[in-house]
Design a protein around this ligand. Structure first.
Ligand code: GZL
Length: 307
């Protein structure tokens, strides 16, 4: 069809109310809950009619939802891809239907960048690097081996792949850092606890836990305490996200460092959707603002945390 999206039923442009179809990963973590809240509240504030679908962590449910949004002729489709691969076919269907797609939170490995208008989300490799850099500094001048166990995010997810890669990239600088075990904890507390229990049974000499999100770190803390060890002291813990429960554990000294990953993507997503609908060109990549927290910084920041 033509360059504009007049075919999408709405008059297009700033005219009628925009309808957005959003496919969310699931409800696996505190981060995800905060992200969903941000998207739903921002849509209401922006006057955008949101059709929201929860995929319960399954790619086939996201693909079904996207096909349903296409059939409903929504004005724009947005989603957080649960895994990086396997999206080209359904994204091509959206493109052929002249419905623009915006990626939020996680990205896809599609080579064809015309399949989506923009990707707004964190740089997960950088998050992994920040975690590694803290560890290198923490053990500066100490030559003894540092035995690390790693709780990975859900298999195939961009944050799991990239946080692992970024962290490994930094710690490879010094052979004293050894990842003695690395396994998925599915980004959930329950799985994080179970896998940490297994790690503790298999290894008596764990110095550090690197968990790809707070929720797995919090589950691991339960396992560490049940094993009679002090989290944050006997085993140093680094996590990613900085949701309230993680920051509370950090302030209490049970976690040592948290790399923030902001879930508050809603406002920017709605702005992008309006620009795309109005036919304006938008940045292909919008990187979210985020920082890091030590135990002291968490104590200071906790009162103002929105999620
Ligand atoms: C990161 C997001 C991850 C969070 C986890 O942007 O995709 O998924 O780090 C969440 O808490 O489950």
């Amino acid at each position: 069809g033509g360059g504009d999206d007049a075919g999408s039923g709405d008059s297009g442009g700033g005219g009628g109310k925009i309808t957005m179809g959003f496919s969310q990963v699931g409800a696996e973590s505190g981060w995800r809950t905060a992200n969903t809240k941000s998207i739903q509240e921002s849509a209401a504030t922006a006057g955008i009619d949101l059709k929201f679908s929860d995929a319960q962590g399954k790619q086939e449910n996201q693909i079904k939802a996207i096909r349903s949004f296409i059939a409903q002729r929504v004005d724009v489709i947005a989603f957080s891809p649960v895994v990086e691969s396997g999206w080209d076919t359904v994204l091509k269907e959206a493109k052929d239907a002249n419905i623009p797609v915006i990626l939020t939170d996680r990205s896809v490995d599609s080579q064809d960048k015309t399949l989506y208008k923009s990707f707004i989300g964190s740089d997960f490799v950088l998050e992994g690097k920040k975690a590694g850099e803290w560890l290198v500094k923490e053990y500066e001048g100490k030559p003894e081996p540092v035995n690390i166990v790693e709780l990975q995010g859900s298999p195939g997810a961009a944050p799991a792949n990239d946080r692992k890669a970024g962290f490994a990239e930094v710690i490879k600088a010094d052979p004293k850092f050894k990842v003695i075990a690395s396994q998925t904890g599915q980004f959930t507390r329950t799985d994080g606890k179970e896998v940490m229990e297994a790690f503790l049974k298999a290894h008596q000499d764990i110095d550090v836990l690197y968990a790809h999100n707070d929720d797995m770190g919090l589950g691991a803390i339960e396992a560490i305490e049940a094993a009679g060890k002090k989290p944050g002291t006997d085993i140093k813990i680094i996590t990613v996200d900085a949701v309230k429960d993680g920051m509370t554990a950090l302030a209490a000294g049970k976690i040592n460092y948290i790399v923030e990953c902001s879930p508050l993507l809603g406002p920017q997503l709605m702005d992008l959707a309006k620009k795309v609908k109005a036919g304006e060109t938008v940045e292909q990549r919008v990187v979210t603002e985020e920082t890091t927290f030590t135990q002291e910084q968490a104590k200071a920041a906790l009162p103002d945390r929105k999620y």
